[in-house]
Ligand binder design. Structure first.
Ligand code: NAD
Length: 267
């Protein structure tokens, strides 16, 4: 039985992760962490997420309960996830990070800390999206510079970062497949008389509306045709399932930084 500590346990994703673990074989919730001023601290986390009592209290400090877990699953924000990874890596506890919006400097820190423990980090834990990561690279290499690449993502109104981590990763994969430098060719929104589109551009557009769980479309626009690859998440459960699958997998892996492509054997 893999013992998992869930950080951000009362959040939208944290709640779904706890439900998914509860329904899964071979893994159990052994700890739950929220921000130190959360109103539900010291309550049973099962009750907090609408499952009923599971005998695990919501705590305000990961350091105090890290011994209770073999893996930490963290969907919070980059700053909090980095702190969780710092604590986990000191004790050799494995880690699954779902938070998005890491800066390049924060990513360097993640990579450094992951030398001390096995860590899966993915801006999108869904199986379909990770297959999409692979497919768009293949398509870009075949279509090469003849087709304009535009990435459109849509998320709920509460999302804090933009564009989504998934859209950024799609852009990076395609740029790398086309031998382009993504920070140089990424164009984030367009406005005004901007002139003709440059062939090297990779356009990024972000829609925020209502309760959209998450949609990503990559458009490869040619003359006379276009190819679109779209993924639509119907609920958060697909992310939670991917994270729980990653948590079981990562506890058996050597130290290092992995993504869901590694978990699924897509590499
Ligand atoms: P949310 O705001 O509902 O949940 C975040 C939780 O973290 C909140 O409950 C908050 O109180 C808690 N938190 C804040 N500070 C904390 C601290 N110091 N210690 C412990 N907990 C703390 O947000 P969400 O929709 O659940 O998303 C969380 C993150 O996961 C975001 O970065 C989002 O973009 C990302 N996300 C990733 C995937 C994926 O597949 N990788 C899918 C969905 C969301």
């Amino acid at each position: 039985m893999v013992r998992a500590i869930v950080v951000g346990a009362a959040g939208r994703m944290g709640g779904r992760v706890i439900h998914t673990i509860h329904e899964s074989e071979g893994i159990e919730v052994s700890g739950a962490v929220e921000r130190p001023d959360h109103p539900f601290l010291k309550r049973d986390v099962g009750e907090v997420v609408g499952l009923g009592e599971i005998g695990v209290l919501l705590e305000g400090d990961i350091e105090a309960i890290i011994e209770a877990g073999e893996v930490v699953i963290d969907f919070t924000n980059p700053g909090v996830s980095l702190k969780s990874l710092e604590v986990a890596s000191r004790r050799g506890v494995a880690m699954v990070i779902g938070s998005t919006g890491f800066t390049p400097q924060q990513m360097e820190k993640v990579a450094r800390l992951a030398k001390k423990t096995a860590c899966v980090l993915s801006p999108n834990m869904s199986v379909g999206v990770n297959l999409m990561f692979k497919l768009v690279g293949v398509i870009a290499r075949i279509l090469r510079d003849e087709y304009d690449v535009e990435i459109v993502e849509a998320h709920h109104r509460f999302k804090k970062d933009s564009p989504s981590g998934t859209a950024m990763k799609l852009g990076e994969i395609i740029a790398s497949a086309l031998n382009r430098d993504f920070p140089q060719v990424g164009v984030f929104g367009r406005r005004g008389v901007i002139g003709e589109r440059k062939p090297q551009e990779i356009g990024m557009q972000a829609v925020r509306a209502g309760d959209i769980v998450g949609e990503h479309t990559v458009i490869f626009g040619g003359l006379g045709e276009r190819l679109e690859v779209t993924h639509r998440a119907h609920s958060r459960d697909n992310f939670a399932r991917g994270a729980v699958r990653a948590a079981k997998w990562v506890t058996t892996q050597p130290k290092g930084l992995y993504d869901v492509g590694d978990v699924l054997g897509l590499k």
